[in-house]
Design a protein around this ligand. Structure first.
Ligand code: G3P
Ligand code: CA
Length: 311
């Protein structure tokens, strides 16, 4: 075959490939959708219903905020206390804490004061809507088993309040590491089929996880930047123990160059939290997410509304 004949054969192939490739290249790297407490805009947060809906809506990851029961079981719960998202005050009226651990006014029922069997008696769905009545607390193990049933979907656990547990003589990080290893979630084969990224606001926790679970990617959550903003030196320091930062979205809007600076330091940027019920200056949660992903260049986000994620 002459060179010109080769060209005649090759160009249609090149054209066909370009038809597929160029739009993909223009779209840039795939962005990641994390279902915040499950599909928590449409089902009670951290319920099985919210997790299943998130998976059905195509979430890349399902988030689990973690707490520890009195008998050392990791459960999926955002608050340290139970009263906002369950009927604990009805079922255990006298079991509120007498300790001054929680600063908000009123009575508080600490998850760490109850065994997992006691917590299974609580209704964790009715507060959100009567059609969710009968939802029960989800243990981390149950969440692992559920998410693993759909290969390709990942776990995104957050270690909430490790210092609270340390103050009560409970090694939350140790319990988490043991459960990850028991399930071999840190093994390369598992990470391939069930990816996992671990997150915490507590920097010593993330630093410890870097030592004890080095194969599992880690995100340091940030509720605020240091006065003067996030510096490149600080980002390089974070990179020594974490793979990404997780800033509250308004921090990124206030300092948009943090995204490029984080990328330059080798860190991903994952913003939180995008919710149709708490829109700020955008026509829709979909357009708000698109702005942060496409205009500001973040890599991933947490949303209560996975079905609105702009693919
Ligand atoms: O973990 C990311 C985001 O969920 C942090 O906020 O309070 O909802 O856990 P919070
Ligand atoms: Ca969280």
């Amino acid at each position: 075959m002459t060179n010109s004949a080769a060209l005649r054969v090759t160009w249609p192939v090149v054209t066909a490939l370009a038809t597929v490739w160029l739009p993909l290249a223009a779209a840039g790297p795939a962005k990641t959708l994390i279902a915040h407490r499950g599909a928590s805009g449409q089902a009670p947060e951290h319920s099985r219903a919210a997790y299943e809906l998130a998976m059905a809506q195509g979430a890349d990851f399902v988030e689990q905020d973690l707490a520890v029961t009195k008998d050392g079981v990791l459960i999926c719960l955002h608050d340290d206390t139970l009263e906002r998202t369950s009927n604990v005050a009805e079922v255990f009226p006298d079991r509120f804490t007498r300790e001054a651990i929680i600063r908000q006014p009123g009575r508080h029922w600490l998850a760490n004061d109850f065994t997992v069997d006691e917590l299974r008696r609580l209704d964790t769905g009715r507060w959100f809507g009567t059609r969710f009545a009968g939802q029960r607390i989800v243990t981390f193990q149950e969440a692992i088993d559920l998410v693993r049933s759909k290969p390709g979907t990942g776990l995104y656990p957050e270690l909430k309040s490790p210092p609270l547990y340390t103050g009560r003589g409970v090694d939350m990080v140790g319990l988490f590491v043991a459960q990850v290893k028991k399930n071999a979630l840190d093994a390369p084969a598992s990470l391939k089929t069930t990816p996992m990224i671990v997150q915490s606001f507590d920097e010593p926790t993330v630093r410890r996880l870097a030592q004890e679970l080095p194969s599992v990617p880690r995100v340091l959550l940030l509720g605020q930047f240091e006065s003067g903003g996030m510096t490149q030196a600080r980002l390089r320091d974070i990179r020594t123990f974490a793979d990404g930062i997780g800033p509250e979205k308004r921090l990124i809007a206030a300092q948009p160059d943090v995204v490029a600076n984080a990328h330059a330091a080798g860190l991903t940027v994952t913003a939180w939290t995008f919710a149709a019920k708490s829109l700020e200056g955008h026509a829709s949660v979909r357009s708000e997410m698109a702005h942060f992903l496409d205009d500001l260049g973040i890599d991933a986000l947490f949303t209560n509304d996975p079905d609105q994620f702009p693919r």
